[in-house]
Design a protein around this ligand. Structure first.
Ligand code: HEM
Length: 408
């Protein structure tokens, strides 16, 4: 069995500093901090750090695998409404902020539109591979690239635009709005403007799809029904705005981390080049090792306790799935990147009723992309004069991936 180690920062950073930097903190050395929290303060009251002097309701950060899984599973004690009160400002009403029957209804409505097989029939693989090849065509002649910017960042959104059946000329504009949406916590004005632009752009498209017989994702969403009830145009647009982030940004980070690991471990790169059946395990281990989404939020609906710590009703619970996925109580030698790991029950796609609805799509999309990169870029090497880092607190992936290669 081959194990590989990838570079690991071992300097701990103060958790107060980390939380104050906010969800998009451009920081790499987080894992030693999380290990210390898991061992010493697994249910940490961070109220004073996150809300200054206001103590109206408490905030807890939890980092152990068992605690995080417990909270995500118990959707009665822990509500997702906090997502509605935060992301809902730019997205509108979406499934990630719903509980109970409302969630079940929406999940039933959207699920059929999310399976790759249904989306593009047997053609799905070809459509996605073509998108990967076109993205590579744009830089392959140069012999150098920043795989983060030139591929990982662009490709998932291109796939997404194709799945939605949007005109490909609109790609850059949709991407731009998507990025601004993501930055709403830092720049609310920009985020809200982008949300408005996407609403104006998508509403007529959704309305037209109600009358068309296309078989793309928007069509499936407008036609989906449960007990004769369909989603309104606004609900469909809100869901699509969520997908711009949930679908494109996350897959970007996953692909980036996989490329980062392979570039820093030539032995593993050679092994995967020769045996592509290893790719699914490679992605699963990357999801565990550097989870693209770091934290999930829940509200305590009653007075409760986590790991013996009292959590009053109304508390915000920050579930750190990135830290949980490195819990030494669950995973042997958790800082080691090991594609031969058995029983890799990571929770990078979440857990419980909100488990990622697009996980099959994400895995397939990522697998096709990596095959295309390995097929077309030989002698792939990192440019060590421009070292890249994996960064982020709530979203996590490489900041850049400068490489040289020979075109196959
Ligand atoms: C590597 C890529 C991805 C990662 C790491 C990821 C991660 C997650 C996580 C952690 C959740 C749980 C949220 C919560 O419990 O509050 C989630 C939910 C969701 N994801 Fe993904 N996701 C990825 C790709 C995608 C893609 C490609 C799509 C669709 C095209 C998608 C659509 C969704 C939707 C609709 C939900 C909400 C499900 C619900 O609330 O019931 N995701 N995802």
């Amino acid at each position: 069995m081959e194990n590989v180690s990838a570079p690991l920062d071992d300097d701990s950073v103060d958790i107060s500093a980390l939380l104050k930097m906010g969800p998009m903190a451009p920081i790499s050395n987080t894992h030693a901090t999380y290990a210390a929290l898991r061992n010493n303060q697994p249910v940490l009251d961070v109220t004073k750090i996150t809300s200054g002097n206001s103590q109206e309701s408490k905030t807890f950060l939890i980092t152990r695998y068992a605690d995080v899984k417990h909270v995500l599973k118990d959707d009665v004690t822990y509500s997702s409404d906090i997502n509605q009160r935060t992301m809902g400002i730019v997205m509108g009403p979406t499934i990630v902020g719903m509980d109970g029957k409302a969630h079940l209804k929406h999940r039933t409505l959207i699920t059929p539109s999310m399976t790759p097989r249904v989306l593009k029939g047997d053609n799905f693989h070809d459509v996605v591979r073509r998108t990967a090849d076109e993205t590579i065509d744009a830089f392959v002649g140069k012999g150098v690239a920043d795989l983060h910017h030139d591929f990982c960042f662009k490709y998932p959104l291109k796939v997404f635009v194709s799945l939605l059946g949007l005109p490909s000329d609109d790609l850059d504009q949709v991407h731009h709005w998507g990025i601004d949406l993501c930055l709403v916590a830092h720049d609310p004005g920009k985020g809200l403007l982008a949300a408005d632009k996407l609403l104006n752009y998508l509403t007529p498209i959704v309305q037209a799809k109600r009358k068309s017989s296309d078989s793309d994702m928007i069509n499936m969403l407008v036609n989906a029904q449960i007990n004769g009830e369909k989603m309104s145009d606004y609900e469909v647009v809100s869901f699509l705005r969520l997908l711009v982030l949930a679908g494109a940004e996350t897959t970007n980070h996953l692909l980036g981390t996989v490329c980062y690991v392979l570039l820093h471990n030539p032995g593993l790169m050679a092994r995967v080049r020769d045996d592509r059946s290893l790719i699914p395990a490679l992605f699963h281990e990357a999801m565990r090792w550097e989870s693209p989404i770091g934290t999930l939020m829940r509200d305590a609906t009653v007075d409760t306790e986590i790991g013996g710590v009292a959590v009053p009703k109304g508390s915000l619970v920050l579930c750190h799935i990135g830290a949980a996925n490195r819990d030494e109580r669950q995973f042997e030698d958790p800082d080691r990147f090991d594609i031969d790991r058995v029983d890799n029950e990571h929770i990078g796609f979440g857990y419980g009723r909100h488990y990622c609805a697009g996980s099959h799509l994400a895995k397939l999309e990522a697998e096709v992309a990596l095959n295309a990169l390995l097929d077309r870029l030989q002698d792939l090497k990192p440019d060590m004069t421009k070292p890249s880092r994996i960064i982020g607190f709530s979203f996590r992936g490489p900041d850049s991936l400068p490489v040289s290669f020979a075109a196959a």
